[in-house]
Write a new protein. Structure first.
Length: 577
C-alpha cells in the first residue's frame, strides 16, 4: 500500500515536460541529491513519452511507501495502448519504440511493468536516502503536492532547466573523471611503493640471513680458538695443584684453584656458545642409538657427584623398572638432563632434587622429570628463562651463562621433543623433557576412550602444550580434540560441540579473545571455557574474559590440578543442565 502524493494526466506533449518537472521537484522535496533528481526525472520522462506516443496517453502517480516510514519514492505511469505481445523481448531491446523502457530501467533502483491489451503500467522506484527518510513526517508529505509545478509549465523554461541539468551532469562527470585520474595516479604510486617495500624487505631478509650466518661462523671459529688456550690453562693449573714441580703453599694453592675454576667456567660458556651456533646453523646431527634409561641415570649419578656440594640437598634418581628402551641420541639426552639437574642443584638450598622418568605408551614417548624444592620461578619469568643469556635474579644466583636452558630446549626439539617447566615461587620447580621413544617416529593416535566420554577441545598454537594437556585429559577419561588457532578452534566448537574448552590467548590468525567473543555469540555459548595462558593479564583484559569459566596460568598446570578443574567444571555444567 502506497501513499499518493500527486497525480497528473498525459494528454498532450506539454504534459511530458510537466511530468519531468514534477518528478524532479518531488525528488528534490523528498531529499534526493542533484544527480539522483536528474536520473529520476529522465527515467520518468522517458516512460511518459512512451505512454503518450505509443500508448495513447495516460496518467502519472507520485507516491511513497505507507504506512511505515517511507523508504522508496514511486512513480507509476499507466497508458491506454495495445500493450506488448512479447514483454521479455521488449525489455531486452527487441522493439525500437520501447528503447525508453530499457534506458529508464537502468536509471532507477526498482522497475516493475505489467502489460495487457488496453493498458500498460510501469512502476519506477528509487530508495530515499536514510537521513531524508527519517525526516519525512506526515506534515512534510502533505506539503509536497502544493509545491509541485503541476501542468502549467513553460516549454522554454523547461528547456533551460534541462540545459542546466545537462551542464551540471557534464561538470559532475568531468569532476568524477578528474577524481578517477587522481586515484589512478595515487594507486600507481602506492603500487610502486609496495614493490619498493617488498624489495627492501627482501634485501633486509638477505642481510639478516647473511648476518646470522656470519655470527654463527664467528661464534664457531672463536669458540674453537678459545678452547685450545683454555684447555692449556686447565692442564697447567692441574699440574700446579698436583705439585708436579714442587709443592705450593696454601695461598698459592688457593690462587691456582681460582684460576682453574675461572677457566672451567669460561670453557663451559664457550662450549654452550659453540653448541648453540651449530644448532642455529643446522650443523648438529642426531646420532640415534639404543640405550636404557637405568644405564643413563647411573652414568649421570656418577658424573654429577662433584656438583653435590651442599649436604642439605639430596640428589635422587628414580628409575622405575620395565621402562622401554630409547632409540635416540644418548649424549644429547644426557647433556639436557645435566643442564636441568645442575640448575636445580644451584637454586636449591635444602630438600632434594629428584630425577625420574615415566612412560607414555599411548604416544610412544618418555618424559624425564627433574623436580626440586628450590626457590622456584615467578610466573612472568617462566617464559623468559628459555631465552638466550637471560638469568633470573635471586638470592641463589651464582654464575651461569644463561645458555643452558635455551640450548636444552633446542636440542630436545631437534630430537622431536620439548622441554617445559612448572614452578611455584618458594616451593620448587619441575622441568619435563618429552622425547619420542624412537627418533624420527611420529606419535601414534591415542588409545580409544570409552564410548560416550566427555569431549574436551584444546585450542593452542603451541604443540608441546597441546600434547601435555592431551595426555592429562586423556588419562582422566576425556575425548580430546585439538586446534592450532582460534579459527580452527571455533569451527571445531560449532561442529563437534565439545563439553569443555581449554583456550590459549596468544595465537595467530584469530586469538583467544576473539574466539571467546565469537563463541559467546554462537549456538555453543553455554560451553564452559577455561582460559590457560602464560601472559600477564591487565585488569581490562581480565574484564574482557568475564565469560570464561576460569583463568589458569600455564606454569600452574599440573596433572592433579587440571584433572580436578576439568571434573568440577563438567560436574557444574551437568548440574546446571
Amino acid at each position: 500500500m502506497n501513499r499518493t502524493i500527486a497525480r497528473m494526466p498525459i494528454d498532450q506533449t506539454a504534459d511530458i515536460v510537466a511530468v519531468r518537472q514534477n518528478a524532479r521537484r518531488a525528488a528534490e522535496l523528498l531529499g534526493f541529491d542533484r544527480p539522483a533528481q536528474t536520473r529520476i526525472a529522465t527515467a520518468v520522462s522517458e516512460i511518459a513519452r512512451n505512454a503518450y506516443y505509443h500508448g495513447g496517453g495516460g496518467e502519472v502517480e507520485f507516491s511513497v511507501d505507507a504506512p511505515r516510514r517511507p523508504e522508496h519514492f514511486w512513480v507509476g505511469v499507466s497508458d491506454r495502448g495495445p500493450g506488448f505481445t512479447d514483454l521479455q523481448a521488449t525489455l531486452s531491446g527487441g522493439a525500437v519504440h520501447a528503447s525508453g523502457l530499457v534506458h529508464a530501467r537502468r536509471l532507477v533502483d526498482c522497475f516493475e511493468i505489467e502489460s495487457k491489451p488496453g493498458a500498460t503500467r510501469v512502476r519506477l522506484g528509487q530508495r530515499i536516502p536514510r537521513a531524508a527518510a527519517a525526516a519525512l513526517s506526515e506534515q512534510a508529505l502533505d506539503a509536497i503536492a502544493p509545491q509541485l509545478p503541476g501542468s502549467r509549465t513553460d516549454p522554454v523554461a523547461a528547456l533551460h532547466e534541462q540545459d542546466r541539468e545537462l551542464i551540471e551532469s557534464l561538470a559532475d562527470l568531468q569532476e568524477r573523471r578528474a577524481e578517477a585520474s587522481r586515484l589512478d595516479r595515487e594507486l600507481e604510486e602506492t603500487n610502486r611503493g609496495v614493490v619498493a617495500l617488498y624489495s627492501e624487505l627482501e634485501q633486509r631478509a638477505d642481510q639478516l640471513r647473511s648476518v646470522s650466518e656470519m655470527k654463527s661462523r664467528f661464534v664457531s671459529n672463536m669458540s674453537h680458538e678459545f678452547r685450545t688456550p683454555l684447555n692449556s690453562i686447565l692442564a697447567l693449573s692441574r699440574l700446579l695443584i698436583d705439585g708436579v714441580d714442587g709443592p705450593l703453599n696454601s695461598e698459592q694453592q688457593r690462587q691456582v684453584d681460582y684460576i682453574r675454576k675461572s677457566a672451567q667456567g669460561l670453557l663451559e660458556l664457550v662450549n654452550d656458545l659453540l653448541d648453540l651456533a651449530k644448532v642455529e646453523a643446522g650443523k648438529v646431527d642426531v646420532r640415534p642409538s639404543a640405550f636404557e634409561v637405568g644405564d643413563l641415570f647411573a652414568s649421570l649419578r656418577g658424573s654429577l657427584k662433584p656438583l653435590q656440594v651442599n649436604p642439605a640437598v639430596e640428589l635422587i634418581f628414580d628409575a622405575p623398572p620395565r621402562l622401554p628402551s630409547l632409540h635416540t641420541d644418548e649424549p644429547k639426552v644426557a647433556q639436557i638432563l645435566r643442564n636441568l639437574i645442575s640448575n636445580a642443584l644451584r637454586f636449591t638450598e635444602r630438600g632434594h632434587v629428584r630425577v625420574s622418568a615415566r612412560d607414555l605408551p599411548e604416544h610412544e614417548r618418555i618424559v624425564f622429570m627433574v623436580e626440586d624444592t628450590g626457590i622456584g620461578i615467578a610466573a612472568d619469568a617462566s617464559a623468559r628463562i628459555f631465552e638466550e643469556f637471560v638469568q633470573i635474579d635471586g638470592a641463589l644466583q651464582r654464575g651461569g651463562t644463561g645458555l643452558g636452558l635455551p640450548l636444552s630446549r633446542r636440542l630436545a626439539q631437534l630430537m622431536g621433543g620439548d622441554v617445559t617447566v612448572r614452578s611455584v615461587p618458594g616451593v620448587g620447580s619441575t622441568f619435563e623433557l618429552f622425547l619420542p621413544r624412537r627418533f624420527g617416529s611420529a606419535a601414534p593416535e591415542p588409545t580409544a576412550v570409552p564410548a560416550g566420554a566427555s569431549k574436551l577441545l584444546v585450542v593452542d598454537d603451541e604443540e608441546a602444550f597441546r600434547y601435555v594437556i592431551h595426555h592429562i585429559a586423556h588419562d582422566a577419561g576425556f575425548q580430546v580434540l585439538e586446534a592450532h588457532d582460534g579459527e580452527a578452534g571455533l569451527q571445531l566448537l560449532l561442529q563437534q560441540r565439545p563439553d569443555l574448552v581449554i583456550l590459549d590467548l596468544q595465537m595467530p590468525r584469530m586469538d583467544g579473545f576473539a574466539m571467546l567473543e565469537a563463541a559467546k555469540r554462537s549456538a555453543a555459548r553455554d560451553t564452559p571455557v577455561i582460559v590457560c595462558t602464560s601472559a600477564a593479564l591487565t585488569l581490562d583484559q581480565k574484564r574482557s574474559l568475564a565469560a570464561a569459566h576460569a583463568i589458569v596460568a600455564k606454569h600452574d598446570v599440573s596433572r592433579e590440578g587440571l584433572t580436578a578443574l576439568l571434573q568440577s567444571t563438567l560436574a557444574a555444567r551437568e548440574g546446571v543442565a
